[in-house]
Design a protein around this ligand. Structure first.
Ligand SMILES: Cc1cc2nc3c(=O)[nH]c(=O)nc-3n(C[C@H](O)[C@H](O)[C@H](O)COP(=O)(O)OP(=O)(O)OC[C@H]3O[C@@H](n4cnc5c(N)ncnc54)[C@H](O)[C@@H]3O)c2cc1C
Length: 437
């Protein structure tokens, strides 16, 4: 009988674990509630219509099809019983010899009921919901005859100045300036207003201060208003209140907080404030050497001090580490190899921070681009993404501007709807088109 390794989660950590076990004498079962591995770093490109969902998602089954010792099951894990070495699924149960839990993280609204008002970005469904809201807001603005209400439709608020918030805000700024500049008759693209609220005193606080400043400037070049030290205290259908001031906006996006997947609580291990499992140095659950927790669900300390960040590399390296232990290698402490961090602000604009150097601007963006193409799973996805990106780059267009799902209540159409705005003055138009080049 070969040991049965159950991996819960086919994200970065789970998939890396399964692949590392390819030539090991074990049977691997990988469970995920979705049938696809998702490249989350490019989700914002789907949310802002530059890429399609299938460009950044790949069937887990296809990713492991040639690995004979692995099987993939589409299933939601409901509960883990560490004492009985059993996991309960939505319809059934499984036993294991080794368990690797890699179920990641989800949004946190700090106990507020804001999820329906301000969607976050974590899944394909989230991305298409954000895309729906953004492009519906433009449709509503085109119908709107009241200038104040039109302003609300054309104001986009992003809450949280981390990488996801910065990437979303930059892309929203570019949509107003470039993508939709000529597609509407009543919308003056210079009236599109993107506001990024950050509670701290700089955006991208995990990066060196000079890169935060570079990012802020690059955002402002895309007409994103960056409000620092501004904590959002209220959100409703018509806007937000931050720092005591109200900003009217029909589209509010959430990029301010994450919490760990609830499955971690089943393991009987201590949790940190974000619900992450505090693992041993070799990434197992205290008292259960047969259970490992990796990726965003684990609070992993670095042997030299500090914490392993919640990034794809942390999950991938953690997954490979536990696979080697399962394969029989010594239970050494996990050492995270920091390859650096990068975030993009928009067309030809990004920041990169490594131990050796930091960069911002076009060169950083090219590096960002190469790395993201390289790590994308599946040849088809890489080829398609290069094609889509090339097209968007040349034409300033975003080819995936589909509004899916319900359109909801838009302003009523009547004769006044058909009144056109005055054509945009040539000088302004040129300025709008040159931004971000
Ligand atoms: C918008 C966004 C942008 C990001 N950008 C970057 C970036 O630029 N660079 C970077 O390094 N990192 C980035 N990250 C972080 C990175 O994506 C995460 O650190 C990484 O995905 C963590 O990997 P993981 O394996 O722990 O979890 P995930 O990749 O989230 O995978 C978790 C998997 O578990 C499955 N699952 C969850 N619960 C269950 C259950 N109960 N039953 C069955 N299956 C379940 C999910 O369906 C999912 O497939 C970004 C994250 C987001 C959300």
């Amino acid at each position: 009988m070969r040991p049965h390794v159950v991996i819960v989660g086919g994200g970065f950590g789970g998939l890396a674990t399964a692949r590392e076990l390819a030539n090991v004498d074990v049977d691997v079962t990988l469970l995920d509630r979705r049938n696809h591995h998702l490249f989350q770093p490019l989700l914002y490109q789907v949310a802002t219509a530059a890429l399609s969902p299938s460009d950044i998602a790949y069937p887990i089954r296809a990713a492991l099809s040639s690995q004979k010792n692995a099987r993939v099951l589409l299933a939601e894990v409901r509960r883990i019983d560490p004492v009985g070495r059993r996991i309960e699924l939505d319809d059934g149960e499984l036993t294991y010899d080794y368990l690797v839990v890699a179920t990641g993280a989800t949004h946190s609204y700090f106990g507020k009921d804001w999820a329906h008002l301000a969607p976050g970005l974590k899944s394909i469904e989230d991305a298409t919901e954000i895309r729906r809201r953004v492009f519906l807001a433009y449709e509503a603005a085109e119908r709107e005859t009241d200038p104040e209400r039109q302003k609300e439709w054309l104001t986009f608020v992003v809450v949280g100045g981390g990488p996801t918030g910065v990437e979303l805000a930059g892309a929203l700024g570019e949509i107003g300036l470039h993508t939709l500049a000529h597609d509407f008759r009543k919308i003056d693209p210079t009236n599109v207003h993107v506001v990024l609220f950050e509670g701290g005193d700089r955006v991208l606080s995990s990066y060196p201060a000079k890169l935060s400043e570079a990012a802020r400037q690059q955002l402002e070049r895309r007409r994103v208003e960056v409000r620092l030290n501004a904590v959002v205290s209220e959100i409703d259908e018509r806007g937000v209140i931050a720092g005591g001031e109200r900003v009217g906006a029909r589209t509010v996006l959430w990029a301010a907080g994450v919490k760990a997947s609830p499955l971690g609580a089943d393991l009987g291990a201590p949790l940190d404030r974000a619900g992450r499992v505090i693992v041993t140095p070799e990434l197992s659950v205290p008292g259960h050497p047969e259970i490992f927790v990796i990726g965003d669900l684990a609070k992993m300390d670095h042997p030299d001090g500090g914490q392993v960040p919640g990034v794809a590399q942390g999950a991938i390296q953690g997954g490979k580490h536990v696979a080697r232990i399962i394969a029989g290698e010594p239970r050494t402490p996990f050492r995270y190899h920091d390859k650096g961090n990068m975030a993009t602000i928009g067309r030809a604009s990004a920041i990169v921070a490594t131990k050796r150097f930091s960069l911002s601007g076009v060169v950083a963006w090219m590096l960002w681009w190469v790395v993201h193409i390289f790590f994308l799973v599946g040849f088809r996805n890489r080829a398609l993404m290069m094609l889509h990106w090339g097209w968007s780059w040349l034409t300033f267009r975003r080819g995936s501007r589909l509004i899916t799902g319900a359109t909801g209540a838009l302003p009523a159409i009547h004769s006044a709807t058909l009144v056109q705005r005055a054509p945009m003055p040539r000088a302004q138009e040129t300025r709008a088109s040159s931004l971000g080049n």
